[in-house]
Design a protein around this ligand. Sequence first.
Ligand code: NAD
Length: 454
Amino acid sequence: MIQTLVERQKHYFNSGETKPYAFRKSQLLQLQKMLKTFEAPILKALKFDLNKSEFEAYSSEILFLQNEINEHLNHLKQWMAPTKVKNPLTHTGTKSYILKEPYGATLVIAPWNYPVHLAIAPVIGALAAGNTVILKPSELTPTVSWVLKRMVETYFPPEYFTVVEGEKETTQQLIDQNMDYIFFTGSTSVGRQIMSQASNYLTPVTLELGGKSPAIVDSDANLKLAAKRITWGKFTNAGQTCIAPDYVYVHEDVKQRFLTLLSSYIESFYGHFPLQNPDYTRIVNKQHFDRLTEYLHEGTLIHGGQIDEINTTIEPTVLDDITWDAAIMKDEIFGPILPIMTFEHMDEVMADMDRQHKPLALYYFGEDETEQRRVTEGLSFGGGCINDTLYHVAHPRLPFGGVGNSGMGAYHGKASFDTFTHAKSITKQTTAFDQSFRYPGSKFGLALMKKWLD
Ligand code: NAD
């Protein structure tokens, strides 16, 4: 069945129907309509699978997608146009340009933590670029996956865009169909397996992975805003955000004040009893809940620490006195537990960061522009913010992606279109004359080459 589906998509792509601008535009409008019509079921499914509040569902899933579609609709024609390039002397008489060619039948593999946003955002780029798409959502948020399947089959024919539900075996079967492009969002370990399997067919991949993203709070930071924005970035979606600050490195001179502020913002956002807050996101399943609760015994508890096993919720928790030896510092946390580490000199932080895998995001809080530059230019990471968290991801003109262990490739806005587009270079040679210097035996050619090398 999977084999037939991919064959149908390849056949449909080869018919050329997906390529014209008018078709692509109409499909983006369909996507927009689909999301609008299915807004209520999406909200219900997010509530059911993750207890995601309406506020978070709109702000981090639905609104992002509508903005992304608008950005594509506004610029698609211009992005699709062939790009002319200037000629060097050797190419006098030619016209050279880059055609924007869709790859063909693409596969989008999505995770569960923002199960609508992270499934549909790559699809926007893929369809805008003229491809067909098979979307494989996460099995850990089954209600959302079910809604995704229903809404896509209501608005799109399967030979163009369809949803295939299933577990890892289904994904592996899809990769084995020799897809033309694979866009994967998920963990670093699974990303490695996807790339390895895709290499059998030399299928190009984009890998949007995870990692431990630090927030650094320097002695001259605006502490109130640092605490507020870190609280927001860390505990949104109960910490199950790929670019959430995984841990905080705070300057020892401001640490106590920062911790007090952190506690007060947690209370102001989630109340005295977050576990009783009907809008507080749950941990996706018992396995992740158990993994996270193990960490609660580490360091010194500063805030939170309560858990609700039945609802798989964990209070926003702050743990002080954490070192790199702690188990919580070994892997990406991906939950509402924030370890705190202290530093005296930025050099120590930079040296520690250099020893770690390159993170997906990094957040620096401090007013001194020299230090801001030292951190953002001196360390390698996917992307990030100065004096904020998460906000870079919502900018339609900033490519989003990781580097090293946190991924390869990028998307959002034009970067999405470019990711799903092969840049095909063409030289249109003149037949009005023929420059002889490149042919064997040309004395003029030899003299010219020697002159260039001088
Ligand atoms: P995951 O890697 O377990 O699963 C992602 C997808 O891959 C799912 O659809 C799953 O069914 C499939 N899958 C799982 N194992 C597979 C295998 N062996 N072979 C083929 N397919 C397989 O990730 P997850 O738990 O759904 O998501 C959490 C992770 O994703 C975190 O590490 C997080 O940082 C990362 N993430 C990254 C981004 C980003 O944009 N960079 C966004 C969200 C999440």
